[in-house]
Design a protein around this ligand. Structure first.
Ligand code: F6R
Length: 359
């Protein structure tokens, strides 16, 4: 039940620290070593390329997962929309390994790819929040996302669970391959920090609601911008805002704006900037100035170590690769409050269903 929450979406956003603790308990031992079925770790460690298939928010979790998997395992990783890969199958490496990301485990688009993979005897792993779902049953291997039932149509806690399980897998495989970066990756500590960081974002809800009221609620369009790992987060943040608030929102790799889309920036256009990548933080500041010069109203979400005095939302410092676990929560709250203030049915946006079982 929703308990004291007005909508499931807010309840599920607030459950995210618990989801991270639960995943750490389920998949990491006391010392922080991943506890993953050795058949899965061995299968992945033998792959010369990993292919991730998903749709929507799960696809966005795949884009973040690619960065983590490549960093910790050095295995090249591709991410594709299942709906496209099903009919335009990717050219495969010699030893491919497929990962399917699906909250529901019932997405028809992903099932098409899985069926073809089974025919071709490619090893397949499904990460799903519904353990006995179709995609879990039909794959060779399955791992549970352990996020608990997700009722709101807009996915929140399943997204951070997907990123976390991808990180657990990446560390397990990287350690098996004796990669130093995997051994040095303090996953357990960072998950605990992420849970605290999410609590801290949750404590800024009033401020987020005020910013939503001031800049987003009466806007027709909006942008999220980010670089590095903030780019896939910008895509997810934009999807979240548009699907529940009906404000047309695009996520952009920040520097790409000036290659065309900046022509859409008008006085008052809201641009939400994510600043969590130390390598590009200064460049982000430049990109922000470019849109301010065209009249944009900029909201900044920055890691503490990169933050400046006027930033709107300041996030707990976390390992760069896991920073999406915190930054996305601010975006989820912007989406939630914009929809709620507009008086919309936050949990059931028009035209959408929780699982998409048609192609
Ligand atoms: C967006 C959302 C959808 C799903 C997509 C895939 O908030 O929920 O984009 O992520 O339909 O669904 P699953 O993960 O069940 O395969």
């Amino acid at each position: 039940s929703k308990g004291t929450y007005e909508f499931y979406m807010l309840k599920e956003i607030c459950e995210q620290p618990t989801v991270l603790h639960h995943l750490a308990q389920t998949y990491l031992d006391q010392a922080g070593t991943p506890q993953v079925d050795p058949k899965i770790t061995t299968g992945l460690s033998r792959a010369d390329r990993i292919y991730i298939f998903a749709a929507g928010t799960s696809y966005h979790a795949g884009l973040v997962g690619k960065e983590i998997i490549e960093e910790l395992t050095e295995i090249p990783t591709e991410v594709a929309f299942a709906s496209e890969a099903g009919y335009h199958f990717p050219i495969l490496s010699q030893h491919p390994f497929f990962i399917f990301l699906s909250q529901s485990g019932e997405t028809a688009d992903s099932r098409v790819v899985l069926q073809e993979a089974i025919k071709r005897k490619i090893p397949c792993l499904t990460l799903t929040n519904v353990p006995n779902s179709t995609l879990a049953r039909e794959a060779n291997y399955a791992m549970s996302l352990e996020a608990g039932p997700e009722i709101a149509v807009a996915s929140t806690k399943a997204y951070i669970a997907q990123i976390t399980v991808e990180a657990i897998l990446a560390k397990a495989v990287g350690e098996k391959l004796a990669k130093k970066r995997a051994k040095d990756f303090l996953l357990k500590e960072n998950l605990a920090l992420a849970a605290e960081g999410i609590e801290q974002v949750l404590s800024t809800q009033d401020k987020i609601a005020q910013l939503a009221q001031k800049y987003l609620v009466s806007s027709r369009n909006a942008f999220y911008i980010g670089r590095g790992i903030d780019y896939p987060v910008a895509l997810e943040a934009a999807l979240k805002l548009k699907e529940v608030s009906y404000i047309q929102t695009e996520g952009f790799a920040a520097a790409e704006l000036k290659h065309g889309t900046i022509s859409l920036i008008e006085p008052g256009t809201p641009v939400i900037a994510l600043i969590n990548d130390p390598l590009t933080a200064d460049l982000m500041r430049g990109n922000i100035q470019e849109v301010i010069a065209r009249g944009a109203k900029v909201i900044t979400i920055a890691s503490q170590s990169l933050a400046k005095a006027n930033d709107d939302i300041v996030l707990t410092n976390l390992n760069y690769y896991l920073s999406p676990l915190i930054s996305v929560v601010a975006a989820q709250l912007f989406a939630y409050y914009t929809s709620k203030i507009k008086g919309l049915d936050v949990d059931k946006p028009r035209n959408l269903a929780k699982s998409v079982t048609v192609e």
